[in-house]
Design a protein around this ligand. Structure first.
Ligand SMILES: NC(=O)c1ccc[n+]([C@@H]2O[C@H](COP(=O)([O-])OP(=O)(O)OC[C@H]3O[C@@H](n4cnc5c(N)ncnc54)[C@H](OP(=O)(O)O)[C@@H]3O)[C@@H](O)[C@H]2O)c1
Length: 425
C-alpha cells in the first residue's frame, strides 16, 4: 500500500491528538483512502522537551525548511498557531506545491484569501476545517453540502472557554473570576485567556464562517466585538428570572444588501436550542433559504475533536475532493454593518427614592425607545437599588443617546450593564 508522508509544524495539544488518531484508527483511515499515513518530520521550538506522542526523537526538527523542502512530504499540517512564522511557512510550502491543512483561525481570518490564491496558483490545497468549532464539521458543510443555499443567518457559540465560564456562572452561581480559574484548572482556558474572554477568538471564527457563507471576504477589523469580562452574576440572575440565558454569540445576519456581523454577550430565550449548549461545547445555528434552520453541536476544541477535523481534511485531499478551493472571495456584494435593531437589557444602580423610575423611563421615551419590562428591587445598602429594564427593539445609537442623558441624573449611581437581547424572530 502506498504511504503518504506528512510533515507537522508543532507538536502541542492538537498535533498530539492528530498523531493519536492516526495510530488509533489506522486501518479505518487506510481503508478509506487506500493509502497509509506516516508522520515524517515534526517542527518544534524545543526538541529536548519530553513528549508523549510516541514518535521517535529523531523525527523532531527546529528547522521548518527541513519539512517545507522535503520532496517526499506531500501534506504539511500547520499547528504552531499565530500569524508569523506560520504564514511564512505556509506560503513557502504552497510555493513548493505542498497541500496545507491548518487549525489556525487567527491566520485564516487574517489572510485566508491571500493564502487560497497562492494555493490555487500552485495547484495545492489549503484546508482549515479545524479552525472553527473544532470537531464540528461546519466549514466543509457550508461550502459543500449546503452550497445550493443562500444563507440568511449564521450564529454560533464558537468559543468553549467563554461558554464554560457563563455556564458555571449560571448553573453553579460562580463569579466571573472563580469560573475563569476553574476553566484554567480544567484546561478549557489558557493562562492568558484574553483572546477568548475579550471576544477576539470568536471574531476570527465568525469572520471565516461568514466569509464562506456569504461569498465575500469579511475583514476582522470590520467586526465589532465585546467580551464577557463585564458580565456579573447579577446579570446572569436577572436573565434567568426573565427566562433568558446569557451566551457569547458570534453572529452574521443578511438584511437586504447588508450583513450585520458582531460578537457580543447576548440574552437568548431559555427555550432556544442555543441555550442548551453548555460548558465547553460549541454550536452553530444557521438559516439557509432552501434547507431552513439547522444547528450543529459538538466539542469546539481539544486534542482529539480538533485532530478529527484535521484528518477529515487530509482524507479529503487524498481522495481528490473539490474541497479546499477558493472560499474567500474578494467581491463586494454586501455592505458590512452593525446597526442591530434589537431589544436591550439595561441594569442601573439608582438612589432608592420615589420618581427615579419615571424619570429614566421619560428619558428613554424622549429618545424613541419604548420599554418592554421593568424590574425594581430592594436596595443593596447605602440607599442604592438595582433597576433593570428590557427595551423594545431599538437602535444602539438611540440607546446610547438616552443613556448619555440618564447618566447625568443625580439619582443614577451607575449604568451597570447593557446587553443585547436576541429573540430569533
Ligand atoms: N487547542 C485546541 O483545542 C485548538 C482547537 C482548535 C484550533 N486550535 C488551533 O490549533 C493550533 C495549535 O494549537 P495547540 O493548542 O495545539 O498549540 P500548542 O499546544 O501551544 O502547541 C504549539 C506547538 O507549536 C510549536 N511551536 C510554536 N511556535 C513555534 C515556532 N515559532 N517554531 C517552531 N515550533 C513552534 C510548539 O513547540 P514546543 O512544543 O517546542 O514549544 C508546540 O509544539 C493553533 O492555531 C490553535 O488556535 C487549537
Amino acid at each position: 500500500m502506498e504511504t503518504v508522508k506528512l510533515g507537522i509544524l508543532g507538536m502541542g495539544t492538537v498535533a498530539s491528538g492528530l498523531v493519536k488518531i492516526i495510530e488509533l484508527n489506522n486501518s479505518k483511515i487506510s481503508d478509506s483512502i487506500g493509502k497509509k499515513l506516516c508522520v515524517e518530520k515534526v517542527l518544534v521550538r524545543n526538541p529536548n522537551k519530553k513528549r508523549n506522542s510516541g514518535l521517535p526523537q529523531n523525527i523532531y526538527t527546529t528547522d521548518a525548511y527541513e519539512i517545507i523542502n522535503d520532496p517526499d512530504i506531500q501534506i504539511i499540517v500547520e499547528l504552531i498557531g499565530g500569524i508569523d512564522p506560520a504564514r511564512e511557512h505556509i506560503k513557502a510550502a504552497l510555493k513548493n506545491k505542498k497541500h496545507i491543512v491548518t487549525a489556525n483561525k487567527a491566520l485564516i481570518a487574517a489572510c485566508g484569501g491571500e493564502l487560497e490564491e497562492l494555493a490555487a496558483i500552485n495547484g495545492a490545497k489549503l484546508m482549515y476545517e479545524a479552525s472553527v468549532a473544532g470537531g464540528i464539521p461546519i466549514i466543509n458543510t457550508i461550502s459543500e453540502n449546503l452550497a445550493a443555499n443562500e444563507f440568511d443567518q449564521i450564529t454560533g457559540i464558537v468559543n468553549g472557554t467563554t461558554n464554560y465560564i457563563l455556564t458555571q456562572m449560571t448553573e453553579n452561581g460562580l463569579e466571573y473570576e472563580q469560573a475563569l480559574k476553574e476553566a484554567q484548572r480544567l484546561g478549557f482556558a489558557e493562562s492568558d485567556p484574553s483572546s477568548d474572554v475579550e471576544g477576539d477568538d470568536a471574531v476570527y471564527k465568525i469572520a471565516i464562517l461568514a466569509s464562506i457563507a456569504f461569498g465575500q471576504e469579511i475583514k476582522i477589523k470590520d467586526i465589532p466585538k465585546e467580551g464577557i469580562t463585564k458580565i456579573s452574576r447579577e446579570d446572569i440572575n436577572y436573565a434567568r428570572e426573565l427566562d433568558y440565558r446569557i451566551k457569547l454569540l458570534a453572529s452574521a445576519v443578511k438584511k437586504g444588501n447588508e450583513i450585520e456581523i458582531g460578537v457580543h454577550p447576548t440574552f437568548i430565550p431559555a427555550k432556544h436550542p442555543l441555550s442548551t449548549v453548555k460548558n465547553e461545547f460549541n454550536a452553530v445555528f444557521l438559516k439557509g433559504n432552501a434547507v431552513g434552520e439547522l444547528m450543529f453541536y459538538g466539542k469546539g476544541a481539544g486534542s482529539l475533536p480538533t485532530g478529527s477535523a484535521i484528518l477529515g481534511d487530509i482524507i479529503s485531499i487524498l481522495k481528490g475532493g473539490k474541497t479546499g478551493c477558493h472560499k474567500f472571495k474578494k467581491i463586494e456584494k454586501y455592505k458590512i454593518t452593525y446597526n442591530a435593531f434589537k431589544p436591550y437589557y439595561i441594569r442601573f444602580e439608582v438612589i432608592d427614592k420615589p420618581g427615579v423610575l419615571g424619570k429614566i423611563a421619560d428619558a428613554f421615551g424622549a429618545n424613541g425607545i419604548s420599554l418592554a419590562s421593568v424590574m425594581q428591587r430592594q436596595k443593596n445598602g447605602d440607599n442604592i437599588a438595582p433597576l433593570v429594564f428590557i427595551t423594545h427593539a431599538a437602535y444602539r445609537k438611540n440607546i446610547d443617546a438616552a443613556l448619555k442623558e440618564i447618566n447625568k441624573f443625580e439619582c443614577v449611581a451607575k449604568i451597570a450593564d447593557i446587553i443585547m437581547v436576541e429573540n430569533f424572530e
